[in-house]
Design a protein around this ligand. Structure first.
Ligand code: ATP
Ligand code: MG
Length: 592
């Protein structure tokens, strides 16, 4: 407009400097506004992306075990890697450009209509054609893109498989067929990609035709109405109409792009709305949770590296040593009609389990593979779904407590011991609450101190990912030490000694009965090797999710009431009946 006014000297024949100055100011304002527009937009999108990520991260961390069982790790990681990357990096830019070009197109049309109002009559027809084309284009590109993605993944996976199996392929002289297969896959993928390009061309051509039609009409009207409208305005209208071609199809293509990238937002959002484990409050504790993670340097440790200049682990432990209670109290466990499943839509794996365990008792659970032994221990920690019944520890229902308190009462040594990458110290005491002395005591109780002492850095020796630099048995010993350190009144051991040699197993069983910490604790041990639990106070036999037998081991083996006892069967089948009997008898004797 200003240029038009300038050209026609609307404000009188003033010196051209005034026009130039105003024009300069206008351009400068455009730059400033453009800059702040971009700043505001990207701030907004970064904040939105962080919020999405935080919510998603919290929700996944607090999801029940069933979520991780149902979703493969790759899929979860993909949300945090690929989808989050799209939301962080591509979407803001695409969305911004889309808004910019769309607003530009709209503004051009509006300006042209203001100049030549007759064009308003044409707009509905043009819009109808536009929406028809867009719908057709969107429907096909969505499919074509999916097809392109589907045909792309075998190229990558086969290529890496080929590299891994290169020796085999060369040994069998399969280079030619493999190369042909690879080329074939590229062909198929290129077909999809070419179709995608062609569909864009298809749309581009038609939209350009539409822009050309607008241009033609504007020119025709301009000639027709040459005496009624201002020449400056006509020039103005023509300039904008010409820029429509190209820009118009660009914004339509961008809109398709934005739509497909918004599915990443949808996917992250859906994880953010995952229900947390029962006992956690959603959202509210996000900040507290983050603080606790940061203050414990937990995330950082998981990364396996240490920032320079930070105090080493041993120094930290001096600062934060927490007084450990000297004597354990309580430890009575009561299961009442406990029914447990892994997911709502699955059948229960434990049915009406009722069990009373006295404080300080050593209980052995045995039964066939898949009978529900591990599930019972997981239920105590509320890791699977408890559909009915109750769990009482020292008379208090675990189900009424918040999750952290409930789990703090029990220590579990799982069937497949997991170590985190970091140091031995971090694996024993991730929150730096214990002194070195306590750590060594716990290791000694687990009969693992000698090995750790022989490592180059002792407690600060490196533990690789998943504990790969320790044998399976050593991993179990380390997690046993971790459980001892926690001094819980109830300790759950699932096949702790399955991969440990017989001598060490015996030593551990002795420790359980003699060590200051474990002697007082209620210990529930699951074992296939009956010798391990032969001298327990109580034996519980589980079969198909039900408790089928409870009793003192000696009674179950010898009493005439129990000739058909499951435990006796198991013992006889193990071929070690005499050993097991002897173990049980020793226990009886020491008790008397
Ligand atoms: P094992 O001696 O082999 O360790 P177990 O007695 O510990 O066996 P559990 O792991 O408790 O057996 O399994 C009991 C039942 O629960 C099995 O039938 C199994 O199929 C089912 N189950 C175990 N884990 C899951 C899971 N994550 N999702 C669904 N079902 C499961
Ligand atoms: Mg098990």
């Amino acid at each position: 407009y200003w240029v038009r006014w300038w050209a026609t000297s609307t404000f009188g024949p003033q010196s051209s400097y005034v026009y130039l100055l105003v024009f300069g100011i206008l351009v400068f304002l455009c730059i400033i506004i453009g800059f702040y527009r971009a700043l505001a937009w990207f701030r907004f999108s970064i904040r939105a992306a962080s919020r999405l990520h935080e919510r998603c991260f919290w929700a996944v961390l607090h999801s029940p075990l069933s979520f991780f069982i149902a979703n493969p790790t790759g899929r979860i990681l993909n949300r945090f890697a690929k989808d989050q990357n799209l939301v962080d990096e591509s979407l803001p830019i695409t969305f911004f450009t889309f808004l910019e070009s769309t607003v530009f197109c709209l503004a051009s049309v509006v300006l042209v209509c203001i100049t030549i109002p007759w064009l308003v009559l044409l707009i509905p027809v043009l819009l109808a054609i536009f929406f028809y084309l867009r719908r057709k284009y969107m429907a096909s590109t969505r499919e074509i893109k999916r097809w392109e993605a589907v045909t792309r993944s075998p190229i990558y996976s086969d290529f890496s498989a080929t590299l891994e199996g290169l020796i085999t392929l060369r040994a069998y002289k399969l280079q030619a067929p493999v190369t042909n297969l690879f080329l074939h896959q590229i062909d198929i993928n290129s077909r999809a990609w070419f179709s995608f390009l062609m569909s864009s061309r298809w749309l581009g051509f038609r939209l350009d035709m539409e822009s050309a039609a607008i241009l033609a009409f504007v020119s025709l009207f301009a000639v027709w109405l040459r005496n009624q409208i201002d020449v400056g305005l006509i020039g103005f209208a023509l300039t904008y109409t010409m820029s429509l071609s190209g820009l118009f199809q660009w914004s339509v293509r961008l809109s398709a792009e934005v739509e497909s990238q918004m599915t990443a937002v949808e996917r992250i959002q859906s994880y953010g709305e995952l229900p947390p484990e029962q006992g956690y409050v959603h959202g509210g504790s996000l900040d507290r949770h983050k603080e606790s993670l940061e203050s414990h340097d937990f995330l950082h440790f998981l990364g396996g590296s240490r920032r320079s200049g930070e105090p080493s682990g041993s120094k930290k432990s001096e600062i934060e040593v927490v007084a450990v209670p000297s004597a354990l109290q309580g430890g009575t466990v009561d299961l009442r009609d406990l029914t447990v499943r892994y997911r709502k839509d699955l059948d229960p794996v434990l049915k009406d389990i009722t069990l009373h365990i006295d404080a300080g008792h050593k209980v052995g659970i045995c039964g066939r593979t898949g009978s529900g032994k591990s599930s019972t221990l997981l239920a105590l920690l509320r890791l699977n779904l408890i559909s009915s019944g109750d769990i009482l520890v020292d008379g208090m229902s675990l189900l009424d407590m918040d999750l952290q308190t409930a789990r703090g009462k029990l220590a579990l040594i799982p069937q497949d011991a997991v170590l985190f990458s970091g140091t031995v110290r971090f694996n024993l005491d991730p929150f730096s609450q214990h002194s070195d002395e306590h750590l060594w005591d716990a290791l000694a109780d687990a009969h693992f101190a000698e090995h750790i002492r022989s490592l180059p850095n002792g407690l600060d020796a490196t533990v690789e990912e998943g504990g790969k630099n320790f044998s399976v048995g050593q991993r179990q010993l380390l997690s046993l030490a971790r459980a001892i350190l926690r001094r819980c009144a109830v300790v759950l051991m699932d096949e702790v000694t399955a991969s440990i040699d017989f001598r060490t197993d015996r030593l551990i069983q002795e420790t359980i009965r003699t060590s200051a910490v474990l002697r007082e604790a209620t210990i529930i041990t699951v074992a296939h090797r009956l010798r391990t639990i032969a001298d327990s106070d109580v034996i519980v036999v589980v079969d198909a999710g039900r408790v089928v037998e409870i009793g003192r081991p000696y009674d179950l083996l010898t009493s005439p009431d129990h000739v058909n006892s499951f435990y006796r069967h198991l013992a006889e089948n193990s071929g070690e009946f005499d050993d097991i009997l002897r173990g049980a008898a020793t226990k009886v004797e020491t008790n008397q």
